[in-house]
Design a protein around this ligand. Sequence first.
Ligand code: SAH
Ligand code: SF4
Ligand code: F3S
Length: 473
Amino acid sequence: MPKNDKDKILVPPREIERQREYTELVKSVLLARFGGEPLAFVHTYGCQGNVSDGERIKGMLRQMGFGFTDDIKNADLVLYNTCAIREHAEDRVYGNIGALKPLKIKRSHMKIVLCGCMMQQERVVERIKNSYPFVDMVFGTHVAHRLPEFMYKLYQTGKKVFETTESSGVIAEGLPVLRDSGFKAWIPIMYGCDNFCSYCVVPYVRGRERSRDTGAVLDEVRAAVGDGCREITLLGQNVNSYAGDGGTVNFSQLLRMVNDIDGDFIIRFMTSNPKDCTEELLDTMAQCQKAAKHLHLPFQSGSDRILKAMNRRYTRSKYLELVRYARSVMPDISITSDVIVGFPGETDDDFRETLSLVDKVKFSSLFMFIFSPREGTAAAKLPDNVSREEKVKRFQELEQLQAENSIEIARSMVGKTFRVLCDDCCGNGLLSGRTEGGMTVTFAGDAKTVGSFVNVTVEENSAWNLKGSIVKK
Ligand code: SAH
Ligand code: SF4
Ligand code: F3S
């Protein structure tokens, strides 16, 4: 399918309208059944893209008349929006579904709904059908916009609903959003992924890469900023290959357009794949005053041999060159990354290359994962002669190195002042917030400060935790 064959990808407005009609129908069914407001417990696993989907799901549930609860014991509906990226992620979901059984026995009217990436896998849906018969509804990532219709079926007929259609992917515009935060907005700019890194399940569960139109993205950013959002994060599995409006707008151009929107806000984006990260993008970041000087640039491995086997399509030296260029145009930029340890066939020498890259770059933070074979991916078929024990040992060695680097970076921030978006109260009159570079700082202050920018001077660090105080203007 061509990347921007819009008519095929975009869910037609009349379909969105049909779902609005279902929304009203569900609303009256629920009102008749519950009298008051039924409560939903919604939990999302996985990446920010999934969190953003979860916020749209909540938006739809809200319109159907649901309220929300954090106490699962009071819920009339439990919805898990799942992630399939590693086995551990899936195991947690199975554990949590299993734990619902006694609750379902006590509260038989409670509906259990599963959606998200795991549900795009046949073997998962089979396991749910066979081992968790108390689950009421399962739907996949490509049909999430049809939730009102599924809910109507579920509540009207009382029968189970399983909707996991295979598709190369759609874009549904015009869905309601209920954001988890009043001052942070996750804005998807594209969906799916075409890269087929050999270890990764995402292209299988999320479909082909497709970009939203710039108009839709900019409207959503404007609305979020209008609603008081101070942090806008543009999302995609590989934002650098954004191709909006029939492929005429690239990511750098989109970033400039978002930067030109009026208002006091900061722009973040993730994730950047080094293979498509260009000097043009880094120059644009440097020039866009609202763009946070923070780049999340996963490298996955420091060894060219392993990068090739991962099908990442860049080399160690290209990666290091990008980092060098980014720092030449943005001297204070904070760089964070993802890395996989124990890819099949990774030798000790390959692993030393990973350590040496981490040592060279000095990441502000690093998300480290042990390779997890995913059914259907190319890497799951590769012979793997490295023992689990050896992988864990490597992982710990890497963790140790990163811990030293993080402490070093934290120490270098002491005495300096940073603009921080205050995002939480952590008790005892303490607040916390993140710097442009994504480092968390705690400081004393009034709860009213949550959701606004403050200047904070970092005064001390214990390990990589930063403490500071607000600088009065
Ligand atoms: N699109 C992003 C990655 C999204 S998945 C990118 O290309 O960088 C987030 C991270 O999970 C990946 O960067 C990778 O480090 C890790 N990951 C993905 N599949 C994995 C697997 N099978 N085993 C272990 N880690 C994995
Ligand atoms: Fe997965 Fe690679 Fe796509 Fe990232 S770019 S989502 S790692 S296939
Ligand atoms: Fe997980 Fe799906 Fe995101 S597999 S990481 S929730 S795209």
